[in-house]
Design a binder for this molecule. Sequence first.
Ligand SMILES: *Cc1c(COP(=O)(O)O)cnc(C)c1O
Length: 441
Amino acid sequence: MKLRDVPGPKAKAIIARDKEVITPAVGRVADFVMSHGKGAEVWDVDGNRYVDLIAGIAVNSTGHSHPKVVKAIQEQAEKFLHISADYYHEVWVRLAERLTSIAPFEEPAMVFLANSGAESVEAALKVAKHYTKRKFFIAFLSAFHGRTMGALAFTASKSHYRANYYPWMPGVIHVPYPDAYRPILISKPGEDYGETVVRYIEEQVLGKLVPPDEVAGIIVEPIQGEGGYVVPPDGFFPALRKLCDKYGILLIDDEVQAGMGRTGKWWAIEHWGVEPDIVCTAKGIASGIPMGGIIGRKHIMETWPPGAHGNTYGGNPIASVAALTTIDLIEQEYMQNAAEVGAYTLQALEKLAERHPNIGQVRGKGLMLGIDFVRDRETREYYPEFRDKVVDYAFRLGALMMGCGKSTLRLAPPLSITKDLMDEGLEILEEAIRLTERDLA
Ligand SMILES: *Cc1c(COP(=O)(O)O)cnc(C)c1O
């Protein structure tokens, strides 16, 4: 395996132009300048090929430019590109019907469509406030829910996301996420750490900070994404649902990263058999065309009166046909593939961990997989330099991957990835780990 001299000359030239006209606020993880992609492979402008193990952060669920998605977009583009959410059109309705049919709850559902994850979170917050007439929300430390001024109040994965933006939306209380690998609360005997967190919410937040009948909702990622691909213990969601039911608090499930089949089920929360009240979706929904939205229980969504929320592009026809085709492909093939290749990869990562002591834990479901690097397995001390070097070496060896949390590496490839390509990616990952071990020894 050869370390390539990247970025090449063409990439360098484009990066130099980029630096002149695009604000540095847009942070980049690697000097990858894309030319084109196919399935789970991408090429840069200098002709270098990469295995794509991140899929534009869990977005290109059907792989790059899937022919069926491209065809659906082309056919729709011939008819019309936009009409505005003030009128009706059929593909929007069809998509809404499709989304309500896969909602993770028994009750009938209704949807609101937007253009991004943050917008889907904003919609969830607004409908929850409107419906409950309550003012407060509970969110989790290390959560990521987006960067708009409402969603930002909930995002707590890195303080630099918030620097200089105060005041953000008031009334948001953060509690620890149930990270059993690095717990910060003390469990009672026999209690699962997820139950401990829920007990903390009830005793410390609802008991001391804010009366439960003033809390509109609890917003939670079923598996924390940006915060480190943290999977909650099995007791967490059932206990959280019980708490929400006890106090009439809405359970808002942010599936923007974990949803749309990525974990081998339509929604990650289904792994715990718990039904949320509102689901936020975006990233994987339309294979890369910007789209987001919420799917909520009908008795909540139907109380939202005309004009209470809205946008210009909601249900955009191009995004809608892309989403419909994406959903078909996920249902027919890729959700199953995500479960199979995901289980296969997790096993391979467990073996990898046996060979490399700086891997503290591997975790995840389906094709949402995290490798948590530590200085020392005993103390579980974070090792961000190690992770960063692995990402960098992997890039030079021919694979795109990305960090999350303090020292976790995330794998979130297209759901269509084959075992062969995954094997290639895993070989690159191991070589990147070896080179990093050598450097940091
Ligand atoms: C990415 C993400 C968001 C924000 O989505 P944008 O499209 O970037 O606004 C919200 N929630 C979760 C869980 C995410 O991963």
